[in-house]
Design a protein around this ligand. Sequence first.
Ligand code: SF4
Length: 477
Amino acid sequence: MSNTTDTRISKSDFLLYCEAPRHLWAKKNGRIELSLSDFDQHLIDQGYQVEGLGREYLDSIILPQNPGQKLLWQQTFCDGPFEARLDALIYKPETDTYDLYEIKSGTALDKENLCDVAYQASILKNQINIDHFYLLHLNKEYIRSGELDLARLFVSDDVTDKVNNLLPEIGLLRRDALSAVQTADPDSLAHCLTPNECPCPDICHPGLPEFSIYDIPRLGQKKKIELLKMGIREAKDIPVSFDLNQKQRLVADRARTKSVYIDRFSLQSEMERIEYPIYFLDYETCISAIPQYDGYHPQQQVVFQYSLHRMDKPGGEVSHTEHVSITSDDPSLSLLEQLSADIGKVGTVIVWNKTFEMTMNKEMAKIHPEYAHFLMDVNARIYDLGEIVNQGYYLHPGFKGSWSIKNVLPVMVPELSYEELAINKGDQASMAWWNIVFGNLDQSEKEQIVERLEKYCELDTLAMVNIFNIFESILHL
Ligand code: SF4
């Protein structure tokens, strides 16, 4: 063990261990990239905001119901190397016990939240008497109307039984987490088999090939292990006899043969579903833990921008319209005013990954019922162009098993690139808009950011236009 390794285990260390043992080891040994994006920082700031409101909730709603009880805020407790800073304890003098409140900015209770509270319980159990454990989280059913209503913004779940049932498991995990920070050899720790979103890939998969077995869509754990035992890490080396489903086989074959696959029959049937005039639509959104506007619930996406390309006939020119709403009130209202004028009553609305746009339309329809008919009509006319790749009707080895437009565009239309743009990711667009509306930018800074937002969103719909044209041209070969 390195002398410099910090062997204390905080609550976030423990949760990092539960996520993946090697992540904790990497953190303690300085092998994880800890830089936060603006969006990560935004989520953290929102967590602090919820925490502050949670404290107000306890002070103004829970305590007055029980005179004599006392709130202890953010106390730290230790048990050997394990430590935890608690959000809130309420001391109940009548029984000489405490209630513990863990404040969360999510709207639902999950296993990680329970492990979080159970870890705190394991530290407290020989030190103070806890009567109840509560998870105080945001209430998905709460719809803002005017001032924030704290009593309805939060839900308090009594998780005492669930936490007590978890304690034996937490005891074992604590022991294992301690061994993980004390070991010098990360290879002794389990790693997962989904290295595509790794914080520390070099520890688990040094020299990971560019197109690996992990890129084969939905390949199960067992099959990954089977391939690894055969010494296979590159997708191109997967034997033709290896048992894969049809889509997986098509993707693996792209790596092996380096050739494009086209299912002309399916491509043609899909393209025949599209009717002119065609609208290519893309939204940009930003999530807010605390609803900022009337009609919104906690953790709801706010739609603030769209880009729309229109094509009236096969091979015809495209026209473009767009809207970025930077007003201080609900941005979706001015957006819908313009969108409903820009999208005509007939024709297909093409998007990439329809779940997102359709969900946004349903949510906007609830907030602005006067546009519900329009939005439901748009949903009925939506066609998801990404499905042609996702279903395996057109596959290029350069997609490397992905159907994300960010991976498909540079392969199909290399002259169009996100790389050059000042804003080139959805979370950057979210933050740019948030800073315009809630930050302290001057007019010229705002204008510059709006311009960047427009370029980014326009590229998303222009990408769809180009990809659509390529599919069309394939059918005319
Ligand atoms: S493979 Fe990646 S995600 Fe999985 S444990 Fe290793 S570093 Fe973490």
